[in-house]
Design a protein around this ligand. Structure first.
Ligand SMILES: [Zn+2]
Ligand SMILES: [Zn+2]
Length: 135
């Protein structure tokens, strides 16, 4: 095993790639990759022990992830807000829901609120109270 291969194994393992895949990539036997990892703290158990670090998606600062907690994407609320503000297009696209109104059968889309069921207030009133709303 060359130094180059050893470095690659470490890099692959930290990226979460399995022994077999690494062995295939580097043209080594899965067993030698496995035993190398075990000797050098790159086996699954050791990697799980060390807290993974990741970079804030807004400012690039490294974030210490807490074990067993949901992975944090931003170092602070400020960064989260900044990121969302500069990605409003994506946010909007994600928040559009397509529905068919159960009262009039008209398709409609809802921004942000997945709980809305009717296309309009008139249909909402008809759906809830079985009456036609008077405008
Ligand atoms: Zn940040
Ligand atoms: Zn309707």
């Amino acid at each position: 095993m060359t130094n180059e291969q050893k470095l690659q194994i470490a890099a692959y393992r930290k990226a979460g790639i399995g022994y077999k895949q690494i062995a295939k990539e580097l043209d080594l036997s899965a067993n030698s990759v496995k035993s190398y990892c075990r000797r050098n703290g790159l086996n699954n158990e050791a990697l799980e022990q060390s807290l993974p670090e990741s970079a804030c998606e807004n400012c690039g600062k490294s974030i210490e992830q807490k074990k067993g907690k949901k992975k944090k994407r931003f170092c602070s609320d400020k960064c989260r807000n900044q990121w969302w503000n500069s990605h409003l297009d994506q946010v909007k696209r994600k928040a559009v829901y397509e529905y068919i109104c159960p009262i009039c059968g008209k398709p409609f889309s809802v921004y942000g609120n997945a709980k809305r069921k009717y296309c309009s207030h008139v249909c909402y009133v008809r759906g809830r109270f079985g009456a036609v709303a008077k405008n």
